[in-house]
Design a protein around this ligand. Structure first.
Ligand code: EPU
Length: 443
């Protein structure tokens, strides 16, 4: 059975930092990608039968997505660690319950296939990480283009795709140009297009590998999607998909892999990161190599090697849609830059709330000048000091764990609930490398 509702609201990590010593050692395996798993789970709604998934990360956002499916009437069975069996009955429930959907930005992705299958969907304004404005205009505009009527009351949206007599009707294929490259909007309209009448053409699509993987999985079930991995994706609408006898393995999480590589550079003598896809991390690895981090790269592993007295040089980061430098690695990379020689400039171009965590790093002693909501300057290698800090969101939460690892003295990182959304068992996995980290539950 999946874990439902065991989130410990007030849990914290207590970390005794290494005061800049690079003494962690060992090997750490990368788990399945959160941002693929959530969308493959949403795809269940398009199937007539069911399928199996493996390498699913056991994280809170996955638990919430499984709970959403469960509330829609889809049977979700935990088979073994990371393995789930999903069975789809006749679906009739078109409401995404507010108390779950509001906590999860990816709940929006469930709206597309539900509307396409049942001709109707009700969902709340979705939540997610606190990283700035998260508009949903691309979604609403796209659904309208596909023939849906949108009604909004008190932050709840009800969308209909009905005939004159009120019978559910198919969405209509449409040409949709995304004014911003959006990962979840691209995925939502790929899913919606699978059951639409006719051809859907999506332009300026997100190129993230999780998007292409979702499309390839749908094609395996009978969908007709072309152009995957490019900025124009074409979907020929058709019937419900079949997953009979099929199993899908979730790809490795590139953000988790990148975060562990940074941990290796900051705090390990040698760290082997296994089960990853180096080809999904090209921009990140190129930048890191420029700073002087020594790495050996294999087909599915990356080894970080620190020579005694190794120093790193400052660099500038500008976040960009894939294959550029990922916004989700901006915060952990900034922690790394606090230890690099020289001045680094940080430019977060995707979200305007994603530099808030820098105040926490300043509190720990980092020399950071925040210029505006998108830009900051990080100066000099600065010794960090252990502090009591609150994670503002998932990725910044892990960045604080890295900062606490480098710092001297004890840090307490609050709001572990955010880190739990995307990283499985962080304290245990980092402790196995030699870090003094404990999770403390506060009831
Ligand atoms: N945007 C709009 N209108 C919309 C939707 C998005 O203007 O209707 C804008 C956003 O404001 C942003 C840009 O488009 O400036 C790109 O945002 P995107 O829609 O791509 O973000 P997302 O799909 O909501 C996903 C990941 C994020 C990741 C971003 C960017 C999931 C569930 N979330 O979010 O992951 O940061 O793409 O790569 O796939 C995380 O895992 O911590 C996380 C936040």
């Amino acid at each position: 059975m999946w874990n439902n509702g065991n989130v410990k609201e007030n849990d914290k990590f207590i970390i005794n930092g290494l005061a800049g010593q690079k003494i962690l050692k060992g090997s750490i395996a990368v788990n399945g990608a959160k941002n693929e798993a959530l969308k493959i789970l949403a795809s269940t709604i398009l199937f007539r039968d069911g399928f199996e998934l493996t390498n699913v990360p056991e994280i809170e956002d996955v638990n919430r997505s499984l709970e959403l499916l469960d509330r829609l009437g889809i049977k979700t069975e935990w088979v073994s660690s990371g393995q789930y069996r999903l069975t789809v009955p006749q679906l009739t429930n078109f409401t995404l319950p507010g108390e779950i959907a509001k906590k999860l930005r990816a709940s929006l992705v469930f709206a597309g296939p539900l509307l396409a299958r049942l001709g109707r969907v009700v969902f709340p304004y979705p939540g997610g990480c606190l990283i700035g404005k998260r508009p949903i205009d691309l979604f609403l505009d796209g659904f309208v283009k596909m023939g849906a009527r949108v009604e909004e009351t008190n932050d709840t949206f009800e969308l209909f795709s009905l005939t004159e007599s009120g019978q559910p009707s198919k969405l209509r294929g449409a040409e949709i140009f995304f004014k911003n490259q959006s990962v979840t909007a691209t995925e939502t309209f790929i899913l919606a297009g699978v059951l639409a009448e006719g051809r859907t053409i999506l332009k300026n699509c997100a190129l993230e590998p999780e998007v292409a993987s979702l499309g390839e999985w749908l094609n395996q079930g009978g969908a007709r999607i072309s152009g995957l991995g490019t900025s124009t994706i074409v979907i020929e609408g058709g019937e419900l998909l079949t997953g009979a006898g099929q199993s899908h393995r979730i790809m490795p999480d590139r953000i988790e892999a990148g975060s562990f590589i940074l941990l290796g550079a900051l705090a390990a003598a040698e760290l082997m990161v296994t089960g990853c896809r180096p080809d999904h991390l090209e921009a990140f690895l190129a930048l890191l190599a420029e700073t002087g981090v020594a790495m050996e790269v294999g087909p599915d592993w990356i080894k970080v090697i620190n020579r005694p007295g190794q120093t790193f040089t400052a660099t500038d980061i500008k976040t960009h849609e894939y294959p550029g430098f990922p916004t989700d690695l901006q915060a952990p990379f900034a922690v790394f830059l606090t230890q690099a020689v020289g001045q680094s400039r940080l430019f977060e171009t995707i979200f305007e709330g994603r530099l808030n965590y820098l105040e926490g790093l300043k509190f720990m002693g980092a020399k950071i000048n925040i210029l505006d909501v998108h830009r900051a300057i990080i100066d000099e290698p600065t010794p960090l000091s252990g502090r009591e800090i609150e994670s503002p969101d998932l990725r910044a939460g892990l960045a604080y764990v890295l900062a606490a690892t480098v710092a001297s003295g004890r840090s307490i990182v609050h709001n572990v609930k955010y880190i739990d959304r995307g990283y499985e068992d962080v304290s245990q996995r980092l402790a196995s490398l030699g870090l003094d980290i404990k999770r403390v539950s506060v009831d």
